[in-house]
Design a protein around this ligand. Structure first.
Ligand SMILES: [Zn+2]
Length: 495
């Protein structure tokens, strides 16, 4: 009985339009009015996320188990969790001063800070009056919608994507003494989360954005001196372009630095297997570890004699080197490419030929067999197993992603090696293949694994036992490395 009285009282307050326990909403686009439920007995106004979903015409996903609600508004994803003030908008974390509270399946968030967040990153047309508790929704679009930063030899260029051309007088730019550069745009409504997605480069170290009442302000923390700055606007596409000029000498030094890092001056040669790990064994008893070491030495000798490339060997004797140690050696010596030499085996004794492998999730059954055989060496290692993660699913994808920037180059190198082997050997070209090899993972440089021939094929084994044939293989790999170096340095000269 008592409850019903309270309810009637509540309705009266709502009906009379007095400030009470609800937040009124006015949507200007359709003149519709609505209300948001709030929490009782709190000094701060908390509003219901599920009511907000309705009035913002958003949709939501409720994760009851994790006590989270994800709101999808204007192509943005807002994740609110119970008992925490952290809110995730797309990939960025924001903190509200008060925690979200859970009531049944709904979550309630502090109105003032949450609406401020929504306005700055999702809905610029939001206006909230905390005194009359009125939320005014206007369909206003951001007019500064993104940022890209370009690095040039003598400066850094900021491209702000805009939806309109601003009056020149409404734009101001200046560098302050603390090493920050500011752009203020009057009547600018900035899509904060989009702009903050920009990758910083050049003289720009960090970007921050402030949506003020009348204007948008973007601030850029600088990592060096800016000699001067200019801006102009373009129409197709709409952009506000700002150039930050930096002293040329410093950029020239940076370019040299980049070129030095790019220059192919060190090659890491990796002879497969060794010591207690013999690798595969041929029909006539030839050991893979001996063939690979001999070929690697022949490649190395040619590089030392006929090029100015420094050679680093992962092993020069018949010793056992754990696989992770090989990539470590490569990285520590600043190797620019990593070439691992192996010899193949198949249950089918007729199969012969050469192939070069890239690190990628294995595709064909053949590739899977080769990789599981080459990786079998890990069992021989005395080291802890946790130097290697299981190369399946996510780990393989992660390792592959880390490799992706070297992938294109590895492909180019692999193609050149196959091309040269094809030209210089009378054996079937089995092409460039993909497999997950431990030995290649972790090398922060383009890397390939060459299977020079099949020891399981008696004819090919006989050839691999001949020094002249091994020299042909070494010559082919040497030529491929030189061609790779030339094409890489051609790119440098053009840049
Ligand atoms: Zn091998």
């Amino acid at each position: 009985m008592f409850r019903r009285v309270l309810l009637v009282f509540g309705l009266l307050v709502l009906g009379s339009g007095l400030p009470g326990s609800t937040v009124r909403v006015l949507n200007r686009s359709n003149q519709k009015q609505d209300v948001l439920k709030t929490l009782d007995n709190t000094s701060t106004t908390y509003v219901s996320i599920l009511d907000l979903e309705r009035v913002l015409q958003a949709h939501s996903f409720i994760n009851d188990k994790q006590e989270k609600i994800v709101l999808y508004v204007n192509n943005h994803r807002i994740k609110v969790s119970a008992e925490t003030g952290f809110v995730l908008v797309d990939e960025k974390v924001y903190q509200l001063p008060l925690e979200a509270r859970k009531v049944e399946r709904d979550l309630y968030v502090p109105a003032n800070s949450f609406f401020r967040l929504l306005k700055s990153v999702v809905m610029p047309g939001l206006a909230w009056d905390p005194v009359s508790k009125l939320l005014d929704i206007d369909v206003v679009e951001f007019n500064i919608t993104g940022l890209t930063i370009d690095e040039k030899a003598n400066g850094t260029i900021l491209h702000l994507n805009t939806r309109e051309r601003f009056n020149k007088e409404d734009i101001s730019t200046f560098v302050n003494d603390n090493g920050w550069f500011y752009i203020t745009v009057r009547k600018g409504l900035v899509d904060t989360s989009e702009v903050l997605r920009a990758e910083t480069r050049g003289v720009v170290k960090r970007v921050t954005v402030d949506q003020l009442q009348e204007s948008a302000q973007l601030a850029f923390q600088l990592r060096g001196e800016v000699e001067g700055h200019e801006f102009y606007q373009t129409v197709d596409p709409h952009e506000l372009v700002v150039t930050l000029r930096t002293p040329l000498s410093k950029s020239a030094a940076r370019i040299k630095d980049v070129k030095d890092r790019w220059r192919l001056d060190t090659v890491v040669l990796d002879a497969g297997h060794g010591g207690k790990d013999g690798g595969t064994i041929g029909y006539y008893g030839t050991k893979e570890k001996d063939i690979t070491l001999d070929i690697v030495k022949r490649i190395g000798r040619r590089l030392e004699k006929n090029s100015r490339i420094k050679v680093v060997y992962t092993r020069e004797e018949d010793v056992f080197i754990p696989l992770y140690e090989r990539t470590k050696i490569a990285n520590e010596h600043n190797g620019k490419i990593f070439v691992s030499i192996h010899a193949n085996a198949s249950r089918n004794r007729n199969i012969k030929g050469f192939e070069t492998y890239l690190l990628r999730p294995g595709k064909t059954q053949d590739a899977i067999e080769v990789s599981s055989r080459e990786n079998a060496v890990i069992k021989l290692e005395d080291q802890r197993r946790d130097n290697y993660q299981e190369l399946t699913g996510e780990n393989l994808i992660m390792a592959t992603m880390a490799q992706s920037m070297f992938m294109k180059e590895s492909e180019a190198l692999a193609a050149l090696i196959q091309e040269e082997l094809d030209r210089q050997l009378d054996a079937p070209n089995r092409g460039v293949k993909q497999a997950g090899f431990y030995v290649l993972i972790g090398a922060s440089m383009p890397n390939v694994l060459v299977e020079v021939g099949f020891l399981s094929n008696p004819i090919e084994e006989k050839r691999l036992k001949s020094a002249a044939y091994r020299q042909h293989i070494a010559d082919a790999v040497f030529d491929a490395i030189l061609k790779f170096k030339q094409s890489r340095e051609r790119v440098l000269a053009e840049g």
